[in-house]
Design a protein. Structure first.
Length: 276
């Protein structure tokens, strides 16, 4: 049984060969790649919401080069250490999953550990989910808003919130009692050397209070690595997948485009919470 719910009436959706259907016969066709669109028209704030094709393609190409594998490994270690043992099938939801890079990595790790899972990903970008669905057919992906997740109450053992907006009320709603939430946010000096090329006066990322209502912190780790981008294509892809691409002065973008290699620091705060 699917854990997705109907965005019209809130009833559980049953996955069929080419669609999802609820008891009230609201039907939602699956795209050729496999994802389903569960975003109501009134939930759209633009004609094509979410990350565009350019950003999605750049991010996928960059991540596939393995630059962020240290983050994947740290996330895997923390999740595996704290998931409940012998609890049957584990329901995992990646809220703001993008093109599914981290979703599929964790899914593979759980599978290799012999853990039975039902993995879902929700994102507002259909371009991202088209890529994600083609990457791993065993993961159920849906276009939807993480502010109004198309998922039932108290059904998830683990929720991923990686570089995506935090929606506390919704996350608490869909998590089971004592459910886990993994969060990743950029550290103070994430991509510092890239920012030094782009801006005359770069500033560190803001570090906020990690206390969240309804959650207790289980574990916190800082991932720090130095990566070397050895070609302009990788540099350009990194630039395009960041918000800096849309707000960098022309001179800064020109300085970056002239580089054939770049060494930069990557820094991530990885936090694991448990629902109180």
């Amino acid at each position: 049984m699917s854990l997705f719910i109907c965005p019209v009436c809130g009833k559980p959706l049953e996955q069929q060969e080419k669609s999802y259907c609820c008891p009230n016969r609201h039907n939602f066709d699956r795209a050729k790649s496999g994802y389903v669109n569960l975003l109501p028209i009134k939930g759209k704030h633009s004609k094509v919401p979410g990350d565009n094709k350019l950003m999605v393609a750049a991010r996928q190409e960059f991540l596939n080069e393995g630059y962020y594998l240290p983050l994947c490994e740290q996330l895997r270690e923390m999740v595996m250490a704290h998931l409940p043992k012998d609890s049957g099938e584990i329901a995992v939801l990646d809220a703001g999953c993008g093109e599914g890079y981290y979703t599929s990595h964790l899914h593979l790790s759980l599978k290799q550990a012999g853990i039975s899972t039902q993995v879902m990903g929700v994102d507002i970008s259909k371009f991202a989910l088209d890529k994600a669905s083609k990457k791993d057919r065993d993961i159920a992906y849906a276009v939807g808003s993480i502010f109004h997740l198309p998922v039932g109450d108290s059904c998830c053992d683990l929720l991923l919130n990686l570089f995506a907006p935090y929606c506390g009320g919704e996350f608490l709603r869909v998590l089971k009692p004592q459910g886990l939430m993994a969060m990743v946010i950029p550290g103070e000096r994430h991509l510092w050397e890239l920012k030094k090329v782009l801006y005359d006066g770069p500033y560190p990322n803001e570090v906020k209070d990690y206390t969240l209502d309804g959650f207790e912190i289980v574990e916190r780790k800082l991932v720090q690595e130095q990566i070397e981008l050895r070609c302009q294509k990788d540099i350009d892809n990194l630039f395009k997948m960041t918000p800096y691409y849309y707000k960098t002065p022309q001179k800064g973008a020109e300085r970056l485009s002239a580089l054939s290699a770049l060494k930069t620091e990557i820094e991530f705060e990885v936090l694991l919470y448990r629902k109180k």
